[in-house]
Write a protein that binds this ligand. Structure first.
Ligand code: ATR
Length: 271
C-alpha cells in the first residue's frame, strides 16, 4: 500500500483525504491518504520523515507552499513561476514539485462550468500564490486580456515582469473604473475574513461568471456583489479543489479519476 498525505496548518478542515480516498476507490488504487498538522519550525523534517518512511507524495497547503517549493530538487515551470508548490512527488531519490492550483481552477471554469477563456476579457483579483500559479495556465487558454488587480501594485508588477505577455495587464483597484469583464475571479484571501476586495460593481458588466476561490463559505461578499450586479453564474472553489486533486492523483498514479461525482458530493449550495 502506497502512502500519501496532505500537510498544512491548521489541517483539521482538510477535504483532501476524503477526495483522494474516493479517487482511490473508483480507480482501484491501493493507497492510503492521511493528514499531517505541519509544524512551523519542523515542516521540512516532517516531509523528509514522511518520505523516508515510504511516503510517495504529499499535498501541501497553507502556510507551507513556498517552503515545499524550496525543499524540492526538481520544479515544474508552473511551480517555478508560482514560487509555490501544492504537490510533491518522491521518486528516483528526488523531490519533485508541482503546482496544480491554477490548472485546477482553469479546468473547473472551462470543463465543469463550461466557460472557455478563449477570446475573453478576464479579471483576476489578487496577486498572491494562487494567482501566480494560475497565470501560465490561464494565458495558455487564450484569453483576449488577462487583468490582475491587486492592492499592492508592486507585487502585481513583479509578476507581470516575469511573464512578459502583452495580453497580461496589472493594475490597482482604482484603475478598474470604466472597465468591464466577461469573467471575474476573486483570488484574494479577503473572503476568509468576510471582507470584500475594493472592486466596483461596474466591473461585472455583462459577466458570464463570477468565481470565488474560497469554498464552503456560502455567498461571500464578493459573490453577493456579483449577484447584485446581475451575474447569472456564481461559483465557489470546490470544483477547483477537486480538480487540482485529480491532477495530483494522475501525476502520482498515472490514472485520472472522474471528478464530477466527487464535486457533487462536496458541493454545498451557495444560498
Ligand atoms: P494565496 O496564496 O491564497 O493567494 P497570499 O499569497 O497571502 O494568498 O495572497 C493573498 C492575496 O489576497 C493578496 O493578493 C492580497 O492583496 P495584497 O497583496 O495587496 O495584500 C489579497 N488580499 C487579502 N485581503 C484582501 C482584502 N481585504 N482586499 C483585497 N485584497 C486582499
Amino acid at each position: 500500500t502506497d502512502r500519501y498525505s496532505v500537510i498544512g496548518r491548521p489541517i483539521n478542515h482538510t477535504k483532501s483525504p476524503l477526495i483522494h480516498g474516493l479517487f482511490a476507490e473508483v480507480t482501484d488504487q491501493d493507497l492510503t491518504y492521511g493528514a499531517i498538522e505541519g509544524s512551523l519550525d519542523g515542516f521540512e523534517d516532517q516531509v523528509l520523515c514522511f518520505r523516508d518512511e515510504g511516503g510517495r507524495g504529499m499535498n501541501i497547503t497553507a502556510p507551507f507552499k513556498l517552503r515545499a517549493y524550496e525543499l524540492a530538487n526538481e520544479r515544474s515551470e508552473r511551480a517555478t513561476l508560482a514560487k509555490a508548490s501544492n504537490a510533491l512527488k518522491f521518486e528516483h531519490g528526488k523531490i519533485y514539485a508541482e503546482n496544480f492550483d491554477g490548472i485546477g481552477l482553469l479546468r473547473d471554469i472551462e470543463h465543469n462550468l463550461q466557460v472557455p477563456l478563449a477570446g475573453r476579457n478576464v479579471l483576476v483579483l489578487g496577486a498572491g500564490g494562487a494567482v501566480r500559479g494560475a497565470v501560465l495556465p490561464f494565458l495558455a487558454a487564450g484569453p483576449a486580456r488577462l487583468v490582475i488587480a491587486n492592492r499592492d501594485l508592486t507585487k502585481a508588477r513583479a509578476l507581470a515582469a516575469e511573464v512578459n505577455d502583452d495580453r497580461l495587464h496589472v493594475c490597482g483597484y482604482d484603475a478598474l473604473v470604466g472597465q468591464d469583464f466577461d469573467l471575474v475571479i476573486n483570488a484574494t484571501s479577503a473572503s476568509l475574513t468576510g471582507e470584500l476586495p475594493p472592486v466596483a460593481t461596474a466591473v461585472f458588466g455583462h459577466a458570464l461568471l463570477a468565481y470565488e476561490l474560497a469554498y464552503g463559505k456560502g455567498l461571500t461578499p464578493f459573490l453577493r456583489l456579483a449577484r447584485e450586479a446581475g451575474v447569472m453564474r456564481l461559483a465557489d472553489g470546490v470544483g477547483m479543489l477537486v480538480e487540482q486533486a485529480a491532477e495530483a492523483f494522475e501525476w502520482w498514479r498515472g490514472v485520472r479519476p472522474e471528478t464530477r461525482p466527487v464535486i457533487d458530493r462536496l458541493t454545498v449550495p451557495l444560498e
